[in-house]
Every structure is written in structure tokens, then in C-alpha cells.
Ligand binder design. Structure first.
Ligand code: ADP
Ligand code: MG
Length: 257
């Protein structure tokens, strides 16, 4: 692999939906094994950006590249976790998790599904259906389903925002540990929570819109492994938080004028 090529490149990407400009000339790169956090005001185009990266929306201008090759359609190399879980209600937990493998005609070699059910604390509910699970458990299934195909790029769209505060912290921690273990995965995480972005991300991108544009990018220079407490007491935390907060405020100010 040529390490000089970014894992993901958004090259002057514009997206139009129903005649409206939703993303305007977004240029952004993500390095291999980088986890990029994306924050911004609601309606700014964050979900649209992630859907375009996943090959679910066409570019009106510019392009999305994965390892330098244009992404024009969804690919099993990219997996997405949705805010509202997006599970199949008629499939069991196990069948939901296995789904990606089956679509690709792949067998579960080496018991990967069982291992994932174990890691995500789902083994004891493997035979249940989504409606029998709490929000936190449903999102565990969503994350396990995305991880099951061993994606090179994991896209997370506010994955912890539909669960209560305690479950959120547990899930954040589980994803952090998964992240630190899995060196082959690159990620993009949308969140509306500045603290979550600082806790999880290597770099934070502020999207301002509509139409969505990159307003600011800042690296998070806090060593891993991270914990919420360790991050909050790090010397760079307060300044970073202020910087992001004012970028978000400026964005909403621009929107009003
Ligand atoms: N399928 C669609 N057709 C038309 N407009 C859309 C569609 N999806 C999203 N939008 C519009 O695009 C803008 C950005 O939406 P979205 O990407 O969901 O923002 P965010 O995730 O930052 O809240 C919003 O104004 C929204 O109404
Ligand atoms: Mg969104």
C-alpha cells in the first residue's frame, strides 16, 4: 500500500438534493487509521457528507476517493452505522450482525460473528429480535453489523445520540477500545457533542452550512488510550473546547445573517 495516498479524499465535493446545494466544494482528507470527528450545526450537511462518502449519493461536482479510487457506488469496504440503528426488525440479532457477510456471499470463517457478539456483549441476546432490545443494545447490534464485514472505512452518524447518558459512555468506551485494537480501520464520526468528538477523534472537522463547507479543522493532541476523565484533565482540553465552541457559534451566526 502506498502510504502517501490518503485513505479517503473528498476532492472539491459538491452535492445537490432536490435542486438544493447541500454540500459546497468540500475538500478533506482522512489518513489511514485516522478517526476524524465531524461536528456542526444541525442541518449543516454532515449526514449528507457521510452518505456521499459511502457511495449512497452522487456528487454534483468533485469526487470521493478511497485509496485514490473514485467511490461511485456503495462498497463492502465501507460500512455505516446510523443514528436510528437501521436494523431489520424481522431478523434476529445474530442474523442482523451476519447480514453484510451474507449479502457478499461470504461465510463466517473462523467464528468471527460469535467473537463479535461476545465483544459487543450481545451473545446472550443473539436469538432475540430488535424490538426486544433497549436502545443501547440495538446500537450495539448496529455497530457489530458494521464491523462484521471488517470494513476498511467505518462511518458513524451520531451513533450514540439515541441512547441515555450512561449507555452512551459505555458505548463510547467500547468503540474506543475497539478502535485502539484494530489498526486496519479508518473512521469518520459525526457527533453533535464536542466532548465526544474530543474523546474519540484524532482530528475534528467543523462543518458549517447549509450549504455544508469545512469551517475549521483541528488536531486532538491527546494520547491514547483515552478516558473521559483523562481527556477532560488534559492541558489542551479547555482551549480546544473553546475553539470548537466558538467555531460552532460563528457558524450559526453566519447562518442567521
Ligand atoms: N433527500 C434529501 N432531499 C432534499 N434535501 C435534503 C435531503 N436530505 C437532506 N436534505 C437537506 O440537506 C440539508 C443537510 O441535511 P443533513 O445532511 O441531514 O444535515 P446534518 O446531518 O448536518 O443535520 C438539510 O437542509 C436537509 O433538509
Ligand atoms: Mg445528520
Amino acid at each position: 500500500m502506498n502510504t502517501a495516498i490518503p485513505k479517503v479524499t473528498l476532492d472539491h465535493l459538491s452535492v445537490r438534493l432536490a435542486g438544493n446545494q447541500i454540500l459546497d466544494d468540500v475538500t478533506l482528507t482522512v489518513e489511514p487509521h485516522e478517526l476524524v470527528g465531524i461536528i456542526g450545526t444541525s442541518g449543516g450537511g454532515k449526514t449528507t457528507l457521510l452518505r456521499a462518502v459511502a457511495g449512497l449519493l452522487p456528487a454534483a461536482g468533485g469526487s470521493v476517493l478511497l485509496d485514490g479510487d473514485e467511490v461511485l457506488f456503495p462498497t463492502p469496504r465501507i460500512a455505516m452505522v446510523f443514528q436510528q440503528f437501521g436494523l431489520f426488525p424481522w431478523k434476529t440479532v445474530r442474523a442482523n450482525v451476519e447480514y453484510g457477510l451474507r449479502v457478499q456471499g461470504r461465510a463466517d470463517e473462523g467464528g468471527g460473528v460469535d467473537r463479535l457478539l461476545e465483544i459487543m456483549n450481545l451473545a446472550h441476546v443473539a436469538r432475540l429480535y430488535p424490538h426486544q432490545l433497549s436502545g443501547g443494545m440495538k446500537q450495539r447490534v448496529g455497530i457489530a453489523r458494521a464491523l462484521c464485514v471488517e470494513p476498511e472505512l467505518l462511518l458513524l452518524d451520531e451513533p450514540f445520540s439515541s441512547v441515555d447518558a450512561i449507555t452512551r459512555e459505555v458505548l463510547q468506551n467500547e468503540v474506543l477500545r475497539l478502535w485502539e485494537r484494530n489498526r486496519d480501520m479508518t473512521g469518520m464520526l459525526i457527533t453533535h457533542d464536542i466532548d465526544e468528538a474530543i474523546l474519540m477523534a484524532d482530528r475534528i472537522v467543523v462543518i458549517d452550512g447549509p450549504p455544508g463547507r469545512v469551517a475549521m479543522q483541528v488536531p486532538v493532541r491527546i494520547p491514547r488510550p483515552r478516558t473521559p476523565r483523562g481527556v477532560r484533565s488534559h492541558e489542551s482540553y479547555a482551549d480546544l473546547r473553546d475553539q470548537l465552541w466558538s467555531a460552532l457559534q460563528n457558524g450559526s451566526h453566519l447562518e442567521r445573517t
